[in-house]
Structures are given as structure tokens and as C-alpha cells.
Design a protein around this ligand. Structure first.
Ligand code: ATP
Ligand code: MG
Length: 585
């Protein structure tokens, strides 16, 4: 490509509303333009990167037996009703009607459609395993589209689905995908952690996320340097030092006492006759929604100095979503304000107003006694609470958010560090959730009909592109990992008024392309400084500078990542760049 004819609308200014680095650089490098909130156009330079990522995805999917499909983005309501996800997907699903009034949606993911094909076509274990995938556009009406192309409402996903006859088959398919994902991210130049994650609305038993550590991410992960433990904060646990209640006076029942002005855990720590935060019970009211769309109030109890993780709560009660109850809902349920709530007698109080309250307590409250908590009466608390004696806990669960510096749950010596991270890929063991609800069954070795055992595996194409920028950039611009760079090399003719330089540039351009290298020839009538700046900004791994040195039969080879130039003889330059570029693919 000749830069003079190639559309790269670079910007000098940093766009004011772009906060994350990848967003700023994608705009400045002339790669993307926003059409509307969370909707972007990809310009030619971005499209080249996207195609390279897609090629890697295809190669790695095919290396594990993946077969490429292309399913419709436009889906009828009926197939989503079969799995209950027409309701479950809520506001995230884009919905529309056709001219006859029938309901349709734009696909957010394709478990339903793939399972629909499997149920009609797969009959026997002899046809298994099947690994099906596609690279296709997904639509999600995200609540907060942001950070450029990191969270958009229309994006490209490689989604794969595996179909096996049993759990052992799924294990193999899952491990194959996991290994393929590692190769994909390695090839794309991403450093990542593989973490345990919640399966959320997808269902199923196990899931791993591929997380790139970057402040641009919206997730948090906890990792242990010592043993390699890594988990999404929605799953991470830690080992807590035990607290002894031996010195606490024994009581026969909780004792109520007035606490005027006390609204928070913190308030009670300084209130005369109050309690340290780790001797208090934090009481939170949530409304949990299940798959059928039913709402139930839930009381979540934690140690006073601990923070709730909402996803853990949702997982603990089998909800697809939880939200904090509004002050009026809390008052209706327990007859007190949020600052005076507690688990003691909470079920009875709720029942009196005809409501079924579920109580979930965090594991750190097990066997605790001599605790202080709200009395469900404004400005009153209870002391001497023995959690197991006095509170009708329905279930115990890990509800707590771990914090940096806590002990690793997996090894003796390590401590946890918590990082911001960006999810680039997510692999699930779905099991039979979709095949059972949709009736996708095959005959197994014993001639018995069993539901297909499924996995589902997703990667966001734009997320890879943007994550690569988040990890690889400097003050001058993008530094593309070689395998996904839009071009292998740019040939910069420093002075287009010099016929010899132009001729050398043209010859190099021709020969580099003949050698199989994707080459951009900067033949623009611009100052050399401008050309260098633009080349740095768009981040091509290698630049060959054609300047005065051609009189010595030499050009400069500039390495964008190392920011080093060396002089190379014109006779050697092609082979040199070829070996560098090929090593990166
Ligand atoms: P997130 O937690 O970030 O919303 P998700 O769990 O909804 O992601 P999946 O449904 O597992 O994501 O989708 C698979 C992959 O698709 C993700 O790992 C991510 O790379 C990409 N992806 C998901 N949502 C978006 C989005 N709104 N914009 C861009 N890429 C996305
Ligand atoms: Mg999402």
C-alpha cells in the first residue's frame, strides 16, 4: 500500500472524551471512528489488524478440530424462549419486531442456535466430539458502553461450542480450547492470567477467564506470586486469621441497647459500649431475581470489616441478578432503616408482613459469638449475639471480597495481590444446561439416550486489538505485536523530491512485497519528521528509512519496540526484515 493513497486519518490532538489509552490511540492512529455510543466503524488500518487476529483464531480453532460455521445474527424469539434466556437476558438484549409483528432479537451469543442445529443433526456418540465455531458480530445493549472498543454494543466474537457424549469428553474439549486460547493470546502478544470465574447467567460447572492486567479493565483479579493462584474477585478466597471469642462474656440471649446516631459499622466502633468492626455483623438487604423472573429478598450477613461481593451473593442464592434493596423496601420488610438491621428475628419480622426472607451468612461468621448487630429497630442494636444460636441462617457461603495482602488460600507462604484486569476470553463447561432444556440428545455407547454435554468458548476480537495497545504503547503511539500489526514494515522515503530516494523506495517496496511482507510505502510529500511521527503513532514494527545514506548503499532499519536504528546494506535489508517479521508470526 502507498500511504499517499491509503486512508489513515491520523489526529494530532488527543480526543478529550477518550479516557483509556487504547481508545485514544485507536482514534489518533486513524483506526476507528465512533458512530454512536458503543458503536464504532473500523477503518482500513483497524480492519487489517482485525483480519490478522481472525486468521490466528481460525488457525488455532482448526488445529483442535474446530469447524467454522456462520450463523444468523437475527434470531427468532422462540429459540431463546426454549432456554428461558429471552427473559434472562433482560435489557442487554436488542429486540425488534418484523413486519408481521413477530419478535426477533440480535444474537448476544449463540448457544441456542448451535444447540438447535445439534439437536436435529446429531444422533449418536459416534459422531462426537463436534467442535463448532464462528467469527461473527454480537449485539449487546451494554448498560455502560465505554473505553472505546473495550466495551461496545456491537462487537466481533469468535465463539466455539463443543458437543460430547459425557463429562470426560467435555474435559478434553475444554482442555483443548484452553490450550488453543493460550496459543492465541501468546501469538497476539498478550500477557494474561487464567483465572477461575463465576459462570453467572451462562450456567454450567466451571469456567476460566483469560485476563490481561491493565487499569483499562473493569474486572478485578487476585493472584498469588508464590503459587500462581489466580481468580476473579467474584470467586477469589483467602485464608483469614481466626478470631477467638473466648474472652467474650457468655450470654443466654442477645441484649438490646440504644445507639442514637449510629448509622454505620464505623459509627458503632467509636460508640460507647459499641464493638470493633470484626466483632460486628454487617447486614445487607438484596433483591435476588431467579431465571423465572421471580424476586426474593435476601439478607446477606458478613463480618463488619468485610465487603460483600455481589456476584458471590448471586451465585450463592442461584440468582441471575441481585440488586441492593431500596430504603422503602427495607423498611417494609424489617421495619427499620439500613443502619439498624440485623439477622436476629429477621425472618419472623418479614413473615409478619407476608414475606419470605432468605438469610445467607458468610463463612467468616461461623461459630462467632458475642457479636453486635442491628436490632431491626431504629437506633438500637443487639450485643451478645451468637450467630448460630440466634440467627436462622439458611445457607453459609463465601460472600466476602478478598483484599490485597490477605493470605493465599492455596499455599502456605503467599499473599494475594489484587489487580484491575480486562477479560479477553472466557471458556465454560456448560454441561447439559442447554441440551437438556432444548432436547438435544444422542445415543451413547450403551444405546441409551443422553443429553449432549456442552462447552462454550468466547473471545472478543476488538478486545484483543485494544488489549494489545493497552499493553504495548509508549508516548509516541502504538507498538504492535508483530503478528497482529497492520503492516510488517513501512518504507519511509525522507525526501520525495529526490528521484534516487524515490526510486530506491519503490524498489524496496516491490521487493519486500515479493518477499511476502506486508509493506506500506510512505511516499507522501511531507517532511521526514512528520512521516516518522505518523509511523511511530500507527506502530508498524519496522521502518526502513530511505535517506541520504543510499549514496553508501545503505538504509536505516528502525525497530519500533526497541526504538533503535541500525544501518543496513541495501543488499541485505530484505532478508533481514523478512527474518525479523517471520519470527514474530
Ligand atoms: P464482560 O464481563 O466483559 O461483559 P462477558 O462475560 O459478558 O464479558 P462473554 O459473554 O464471555 O463476555 O463473551 C466472550 C468475550 O467477548 C469476552 O471475553 C470479551 O472478550 C468479549 N466481549 C464481551 N462483551 C463485550 C463487549 N461489550 N464489547 C467488546 N467485547 C466484548
Ligand atoms: Mg458482559
Amino acid at each position: 500500500m502507498r500511504w499517499s493513497q491509503f486512508f489513515i486519518p491520523t489526529l494530532r490532538e488527543v480526543p478529550a472524551d477518550a479516557e483509556v489509552v487504547s481508545h485514544r490511540l485507536l482514534l489518533r492512529a486513524g483506526m476507528v471512528r465512533q458512530l454512536s455510543a458503543g458503536i464504532y466503524s473500523y477503518l482500513p488500518l483497524a480492519q487489517r489488524v482485525i483480519r490478522k487476529i481472525q486468521r490466528i483464531l481460525r488457525e488455532e480453532m482448526e488445529s483442535i478440530g474446530g469447524q467454522e460455521f456462520f450463523l444468523p445474527a437475527l434470531n427468532p424469539r422462540e429459540i431463546w424462549e426454549e432456554t428461558g434466556r429471552w427473559a434472562v437476558m433482560g435489557d442487554n438484549m436488542f429486540r425488534l419486531k418484523d413486519r408481521k409483528g413477530a419478535d426477533l432479537c440480535l444474537g448476544m451469543t449463540h448457544e441456542e442456535v448451535f444447540t438447535g442445529i445439534a439437536r436435529h443433526e446429531l444422533r449418536s456418540y459416534k459422531q462426537l466430539p463436534q467442535v463448532w465455531y464462528q467469527i461473527q458480530t454480537k449485539f449487546r445493549d451494554e448498560a455502560r458502553p465505554k473505553s472505546g472498543v473495550l466495551r461496545v454494543r456491537q462487537f466481533i466474537m469468535k465463539d466455539a461450542y463443543s458437543f460430547d457424549v459425557d463429562a470426560a469428553g467435555l474435559d478434553k474439549s475444554f482442555n483443548d480450547q484452553r490450550a488453543a486460547y493460550q496459543r492465541i493470546f501468546d501469538r497476539c502478544g498478550l500477557k494474561y492470567a487464567i483465572v477461575e470465574a463465576s459462570s453467572g447467567a451462562m450456567g454450567g460447572s466451571a469456567s476460566n477467564e483469560f485476563m490481561v492486567k491493565t487499569d483499562a479493565g473493569e474486572d478485578s483479579i487476585a493472584t498469588c506470586e508464590s503459587c500462581g493462584y489466580a481468580a476473579n474477585l467474584e470467586k477469589a478466597t483467602s485464608r483469614l486469621a481466626a478470631i477467638s471469642d473466648d474472652t467474650m462474656p457468655g450470654t443466654n440471649a442477645p441484649e438490646e441497647f440504644p445507639t442514637p446516631g449510629v448509622r454505620t459499622i464505623e459509627d458503632l466502633t467509636t460508640f460507647p459500649g459499641g464493638a470493633a468492626a470484626n466483632r460486628q455483623i454487617k447486614t445487607l438487604v438484596f433483591i435476588a431475581t431467579n431465571e423465572a423472573g421471580e424476586n426474593q429478598p435476601v439478607l446477606a450477613l458478613l463480618r463488619g470489616d468485610h465487603q460483600l461481593h455481589e456476584t458471590k451473593l448471586a451465585d450463592a442464592v442461584g440468582a441471575i441478578a441481585v440488586r441492593a434493596a431500596h430504603p422503602e423496601e427495607i423498611r417494609e420488610l424489617l421495619g427499620a432503616n439500613a443502619g439498624s438491621l440485623g439477622g436476629v428475628r429477621a425472618k419472623e419480622i418479614a413473615q409478619a408482613s407476608g414475606r419470605e426472607l432468605r438469610i445467607v451468612a458468610d463463612q467468616a461468621l461461623r461459630n462467632r459469638r458475642g457479636m453486635t448487630t442491628g436490632a431491626n429497630r431504629d437506633e438500637h442494636h443487639l450485643r451478645g449475639v451468637d450467630v448460630e444460636r440466634d440467627i436462622m441462617v439458611d445457607s453459609w457461603a463465601d460472600l466476602r471480597t478478598v483484599a490485597s495482602g490477605e493470605n493465599c488460600p492455596n499455599c502456605e507462604a503467599g499473599t494475594l495481590a489484587v489487580f484491575k484486569a480486562l477479560e479477553v476470553g472466557h471458556i465454560f463447561k456448560l454441561g447439559t444446561k442447554y441440551s437438556a432444556s432444548m432436547g438435544a440428545r444422542v445415543l451413547n455407547q450403551d444405546g441409551k439416550e443422553v443429553p449432549l454435554v456442552m462447552g462454550s468458548f468466547g473471545i472478543g476480537v476488538e478486545r484483543i486489538m485494544a488489549a494489545a495497545i493497552e499493553l504495548h504503547h509508549d508516548a509516541d503511539g502504538i507498538i504492535w505485536p508483530r503478528a497482529i500489526a497492520p503492516f510488517d514494515v513501512v518504507v519511509t522515503v525522507t525526501n520525495t523530491k529526490q528521484p534516487e530516494m524515490v526510486a530506491t523506495g519503490e524498489k524496496l517496496y516491490h521487493n519486500l512485497r515479493r518477499a511476502g511482507l506486508e509493506t506500506l510505502l510512505d511516499d507522501r510529500d511531507e517532511r521526514a519528521g512528520v512521516k516518522f511521527k505518523d509511523a511511530d503513532l500507527i506502530g508498524i514494527p519496522y521502518r526502513i528509512t530511505v535517506g541520504k545514506k543510499i549514496t553508501d548503499n545503505a538504509v536505516e532499519l528502525f525497530d519500533r519496540a526497541k526504538k533503535e536504528s541500525i544501518d543496513v546494506n541495501l543488499d541485505d535489508i530484505i532478508a533481514r526484515v523478512q527474518s525479523l517479521a517471520l519470527a514474530g508470526r
